[in-house]
Design a protein around this ligand. Structure first.
Ligand code: DHE
Length: 530
């Protein structure tokens, strides 16, 4: 099937651009406040044209609990719209009880798991009509020191020159980007995913979007294959893993995720394991880890054994081999949120309740150790470094003000570093003696701890914008600067000299979240989560 070729006008339709002024007073004066609420009828009349009758999204995002779960103030959005998008306010047409009933309506689960087949994915694919790849970067900056800033306030990405710290481009993204964008191994292209399942391809050299495709209906994250040919998309809805060609975003395979007992599972996350030439999948609802080969020579992987009467012995069934062959690793209970050691032989996962960590040896395919990691460790943010000749890893905890530092040679707990509250992200760099750790939750959410990698002591606490949430650090390629987000709609990226810890520049941004340096990401720097 040929993809739809679109121009940048599409962005306008999708609501990335365009200003909608909400005239409060006039709207209120006009409001015919209805006495009773019929949310299904109100949805059909006011919402379905943009968000689709089935609530799975159209020009507007999907309105389902899986994506709305984290959005606060939905009543405000319905009443007054979202600035800088096509979402208008309905306060002139819907009463307060009608809006409250609509919020409940869109937060209710869908009656059944919707399907999203290869044909649906293919039909959603849109490639930019006037895109021609540039022969060389169209800017003077070092392409390996480009740093992307995801701005969730108005769904854009800013492309920063890591040396001059100037913004060389700013482009619209799909709604609600989550997880780290993934770069092609040469650092030229980047792939960005939204919780609505849209995957966008952007050419950094040309400073141009290449295209977009909807790979799932509610997606978690993406991973790049070792050779840069395939991009895997982990989906909650439907229960699948979508594999796209990185060349033109064509869906090449959709794996239905069914456990050994036949039950379906959501995919919590997919990880790239370049040394293993595979993707590793965390399954939310099944006690299994999946490894999907990106190597055409892989396998065979045996799914199980049956007694063969003919041969009088156990014989393997369901063996898979070659590209995208799947290997199941059966574990005791479902694990999600993984961290890998640098050679990808081991992974650490947390159980559902987030009360412990489990080490799985991926080569032999079984659990080999348990770690004392209470308080919901956020392993996806873990980083590693060398300390006294040992490789250590550190992870924050989402509901405890502590960072756990683990010795990766014997999996012992080296230290639980007490912080001023639970944090979300950690970052360091090979050239930096420090770990930068935010305090995302609680009264100290405006602080960033600077921790000595050897003594494991907090040596300084920065407070770049008192009272505002401050989170997520990224270093430039050479480790000279550390960039921290002021996670507010009228926020900023604050640039620090990583050696002196002094602020050198403040770049205004719309709710900047993650930042991603091309070099640090494509070289799998120890200081960054992968
Ligand atoms: Fe994330 C990365 C899971 C909530 C911002 N988050 C990740 C990754 C996972 C994950 C598995 C690593 C994937 C990758 O980068 O490829 N996140 C989860 C959750 O399970 C959780 C707790 C609940 C959820 O609703 O999904 C969660 N995450 C959040 C947020 O609330 C954050 C702060 C704001 C948001 O955008 O939703 C958030 N997560 C991020 C960011 C990264 C991320 C910015 C990439 C960090 C990086 O440096 O690579």
């Amino acid at each position: 099937m040929t993809p739809r070729i679109v121009s940048s006008e599409r962005r306008l339709r999708r609501g990335y651009l365009g200003q909608k002024e909400v005239l409060w007073a006039a709207a209120l004066a006009l409001a015919p406040l209805a006495a009773t609420a019929d949310p299904a009828a109100d949805y059909a009349e006011h919402c379905a044209s943009c968000h689709a009758e089935d609530r799975l999204g159209g020009t507007g995002p999907a309105l389902i609990p899986e994506t709305l779960g984290r959005v606060k103030g939905l009543d405000e959005v319905i009443a007054h719209g979202r600035p800088a998008t096509q979402m208008e306010g309905f306060v002139d047409r819907l009463s307060e009880p009608q809006i409250a009933a609509l919020v409940e309506f869109i937060k209710a689960p869908l009656a059944e798991t919707p399907s999203w087949t290869v044909a649906d994915i293919e039909a959603s694919r849109e490639m930019e009509a006037d895109y021609t790849p540039a022969e060389a970067p169209v800017f003077d900056a070092d392409p390996m020191n480009i740093t992307l800033v995801v701005e969730t306030g108005d769904h854009h990405v800013s492309v920063l020159d890591g040396d001059t710290l100037d913004v060389v481009d700013r482009f619209p993204t799909p709604y609600a980007v989550h997880g780290g964008p993934k770069f092609s191994p040469d650092g030229r292209y980047v792939f960005i995913m939204s919780r609505d399942g849209w995957v966008q391809k952007y050419d950094i050299w040309s400073l141009r979007e290449v295209g977009q495709v909807r790979a799932g209906l509610n997606s978690r994250n993406i991973a790049m294959s070792h050779d840069g040919k395939w991009l895997a998309v982990a989906n909650y809805l439907p229960h699948t893993l979508t594999i796209l060609s990185t060349e033109d975003l064509t869906p090449v395979k959709v794996l239905e995720v069914k456990a050994r007992d036949g039950s379906e599972s959501r995919v919590s996350a997919v990880y790239q394991a370049p040394q293993r030439r595979s993707f590793i999948l965390a399954l939310k609802d099944a006690p299994e880890i999946w490894e999907v080969a990106t190597d055409p020579e892989a396998g065979p992987f045996h799914d199980g054994f049956v007694h063969s009467h003919e041969k009088g012995m156990e014989e393997s069934v369901g063996a898979q081999k070659g590209l995208f062959a799947r290997r199941r690793i059966v574990i005791e209970e479902p694990l999600d949120d993984f961290f890998f050691d640098p050679d990808y032989r081991h992974l650490i996962g947390t159980n559902r309740e987030g009360t412990k960590g489990v080490v799985v040896n991926l080569d032999v395919g079984r659990e080999i150790a348990e770690l004392p990691l209470p308080g919901m460790p956020h392993l996806g943010s873990g980083i590693t470094w060398d300390r006294n000749g040992h490789k250590v890893m550190a992870t924050p905890h989402l509901n405890e003000g502590v960072l756990s530092v683990i010795d990766m040679t014997d999996w012992s707990l080296v230290k639980a570093i007490k912080t001023n509250g639970p944090g979300f992200f950690l970052r360091s760099h090979e050239t930096s003696p420090h770990v930068w750790a935010d305090v995302f939750f609680g009264p100290h959410r405006d602080e960033v701890h600077i921790i000595d990698k050897q003594t494991l002591e907090i040596v300084k606490t920065l407070n770049p914008a008192p009272g505002k949430t401050v989170a997520h650090t990224e270093f430039t390629r050479d480790g000279k600067y550390a960039l921290v987000s002021i996670w507010e709609d009228d926020g900023a990226v604050v640039v620090y000299d990583a050696a002196t810890l002094e602020e050198v520049r403040r770049l205004p941004m719309r709710k900047p979240s993650g930042k991603y340096n091309v070099w640090n990401k494509i070289t799998f720097s120890d200081g960054t989560s992968h």
